[in-house]
Design a protein around this ligand. Structure first.
Ligand SMILES: [Zn+2]
Length: 252
């Protein structure tokens, strides 16, 4: 049975992100947190900070106007594509965590992470930050840890999304804070999901290698040289096609 209940909502969320689906996925992957989808709203007030940025206060106020705080949930998470103050990816305050996907197209491309994995990763980051004040020590070098959360340089998140780890010093810190083992297992499971290549990648390479094998056998045996030439060409084509071109297989 889930121990920690979290409300998740969208405020001008990125197009193509199915938050309800993300919540069910996260609930399937682990058992410690229960993510409940509240809904999404497209009506966001005009940016109240320079350079198109929204302050935490403004978005929090908008969120709680739409979804007043209930008693039974421990935390709230709000997902948006709007730009947050100081260009934060995520920012926690009290019991609310804000996560933004603003200007992350290049980061997602470089790390080959889908938008739902990006948010799954930062939901774990922001909840750990709220609950345990977990933040990778600013004086220590960023190591691709989940809690490199301050991300002084925005590009640091690329390493974090690729590595998807909790470093030893953050792990020691969380244990000092008496984090339950079940919660650590849950976080690790989500990180493993974020890191795992999408199904489309497995499908693509299996298909390409199978076609390559058929092509080689057909040509070398001398029985079906034409078939061999076609399948070899098809194998190369499948290998060259981007993973995103198999959208149906992106769903897990
Ligand atoms: Zn760390």
């Amino acid at each position: 049975m889930a121990i920690l209940k979290v409300r998740v909502a969208g405020l001008a969320p990125p197009e193509g992100l199915d938050i309800r689906d993300l919540c069910s996925k996260l609930n399937r992957i682990q058992e410690f947190y229960q993510f409940d989808y509240l809904g999404s709203s497209g009506s966001v007030p005009e940016p109240d900070l320079p350079n198109n940025r929204h302050s935490f206060r403004q978005l929090a106020r908008t969120f709680y106007k739409l979804y007043p705080r209930p008693e039974e949930h421990a935390y709230d998470v709000l997902l948006t594509q709007k730009r947050l103050e100081e260009d934060y990816f995520s920012k926690p305050q009290d019991k609310l965590g804000l996560i933004s996907s603003s200007d992350t197209e290049l980061i997602l491309k470089q790390t080959r992470r889908s938008i739902d994995r990006y948010f799954g990763f930062l939901i774990m980051d922001v909840l750990g930050w709220i609950q345990f004040d977990a933040e990778h020590d600013k004086d220590e070098e960023d190591v691709g840890c989940l809690f490199d959360g301050c991300y002084e340089s925005r590009s640091t998140i690329v390493d974090a999304l690729r590595e998807c780890i909790i470093c030893n010093s953050c792990l020691d810190y969380l244990k000092e804070q008496n984090i339950p083992d079940e919660q650590l297992v849950a976080i690790t499971r989500v990180l493993r999901w974020v890191r795992r290549p999408p199904m489309s990648s497995y499908f693509k390479w299996t298909l390409s290698i199978s076609l390559l094998a058929i092509g080689c056998i057909s040509i070398l045996s001398g029985l079906y040289p034409e078939v061999g030439t076609v399948t070899l060409a098809a194998s190369g084509w499948v290998a060259a096609v981007a993973n995103q071109s198999w959208p149906l297989l992106e769903r897990e």
